[in-house]
Design a protein around this ligand. Structure first.
Ligand code: NAD
Length: 356
């Protein structure tokens, strides 16, 4: 029996191409560090709609629950865009997060030295190195709150609700404090406590949890200020923890600082070992099947999986180092710079394996 069981959700568009490269790199890491992985595949998104009539078949949930971790490519595409909201591929994505209890979304924003010029932020602002970790609450808040439509003075209106319980805030705060302990021991909690009652409860609760982590320096920031500070002085941040909606927006902003969408990994955690690891980009239907997709975000997601779910930090470090090395000389077309060698999706996977 293998040491770990991994479910692959390749999905749609470029999903299969990039996951295949990530598997290749994981296999190379297994050989180098002496552990074994067994794979199973399951359907999610458009491919599941085509084969089983629903974006998230029960079998997919069962397979994911029975594994140590899940690697996801991406879902969606124009073929399914006209379906009603709850039958679209993206509904499968929300469904699997809920079914696996993945309440914490980790999105690192890291700039590899050789890719600095891809960032829209000036060199002197980024400095030598940028490494921010955004921890976003993923299963609560306004995206899951009650909503509706009504008429106010005969004019159509709509409403959504932001609600957090202390329990929800405590568990996401603990994930963030634990991460801060493994990094630079600095945590910024982002809210809108000057206006929102739910944010005031968020802030009170985070302060309470901070008593368990006396070594971590905690500060609070309003979300509007944080959006500004991320481009003004991103180096001030180590770990940021925030609600579902604020995290959605801030993590996209932070990812842009890092330059290319094809480079950014993410992890969704349940508090236990099981996690779902995926690139932050979508299924890129415009380049699907051309063999030119950048597989590095998915490969870096595998590094996160090794670190956060499989407890193989050395293998994770080695994959990240291999990616950094390859980037000095080789690039896929989305991050290509003159003077370097342009490679395909598959060649990039091979190069990372070789560097490993
Ligand atoms: P996208 O991220 O798929 O693509 C945006 C742009 O970035 C495109 O030009 C694409 O070619 C490029 N790009 C993305 N990933 C790349 C990579 N690895 N290498 C090179 N270039 C890359 O976003 P979109 O076009 O808004 O969405 C396309 C589909 O993906 C939609 O159906 C959307 O709903 C879905 N989507 C899925 C997820 C997910 O599965 N987690 C996330 C976002 C969007």
């Amino acid at each position: 029996m293998a040491d770990y069981k991994i479910t692959l959700l390749k999905g749609d568009g470029i999903g299969p191409e990039i996951v295949n490269q990530a598997v290749k790199v994981l296999d190379a890491a297994c050989d180098k560090f002496g552990f074994t992985v067994e794979y199973d595949e399951a359907l999610l998104g458009g491919c599941a709609i085509d084969a089983a009539g629903v974006p998230l078949p029960d079998e997919t949930i069962a397979k994911c629950k029975a594994s140590d971790s899940v690697i996801l490519g991406a879902v969606g595409g124009p073929k399914w865009d006209t379906l009603p909201g709850n039958q679209r591929p993206e509904a499968g994505l929300l469904g699997i997060r809920g079914a696996l209890g993945l309440f914490a979304n980790l999105r690192p924003s890291v700039i590899f030295g050789s890719l600095k010029s891809a960032s829209p932020i000036k060199d002197e602002i980024i400095g030598g190195n940028l490494d921010i970790m955004i921890v976003r609450e993923l299963t609560g808040g306004i995206y899951f709150g009650e909503r509706g439509r009504k008429e106010v003075n005969s004019i159509p209106a709509a409403w959504d609700t932001e609600m957090y319980s202390t329990e929800e805030v405590e568990r996401i705060a603990r994930v963030a404090f634990d991460l801060a302990m493994k990094r630079n021991k600095k945590l910024t909690s982002v809210d809108k406590a000057n206006v929102l009652e739910s944010s005031r409860l968020w802030r009170e609760t985070v302060i309470k949890v901070s008593e368990e982590y006396p070594e971590v320096e905690l500060n609070h920031m309003y979300v509007d200020n944080c959006a500004m500070q991320l481009v003004r002085n991103p180096r001030q941040f180590d770990v940021i923890v925030t609600s579902n909606i604020f995290g959605d927006i801030l993590s996209d902003e932070a990812s842009m600082i890092a330059g290319s969408i094809g480079m950014l990994a993410s992890a969704s955690l349940s508090g236990g070992k099981l996690g779902l690891y995926e690139p932050i980009h979508g299924s890129a239907p415009d380049i699907a099947g051309l063999g030119i997709a950048n597989p590095l975000a998915t490969i870096l997601s595998v590094a996160m999986m090794l670190r956060y779910s499989l407890d193989r930090p050395q293998a994770a470090d080695a994959i990240e180092a291999a990616v950094a090395k390859v980037l000095e000389t080789h690039r896929t077309s989305d991050i290509y710079e003159e003077g370097l060698i342009k490679v395909s999706c598959e060649e990039m996977g091979d190069l990372v394996c070789k560097a490993l």
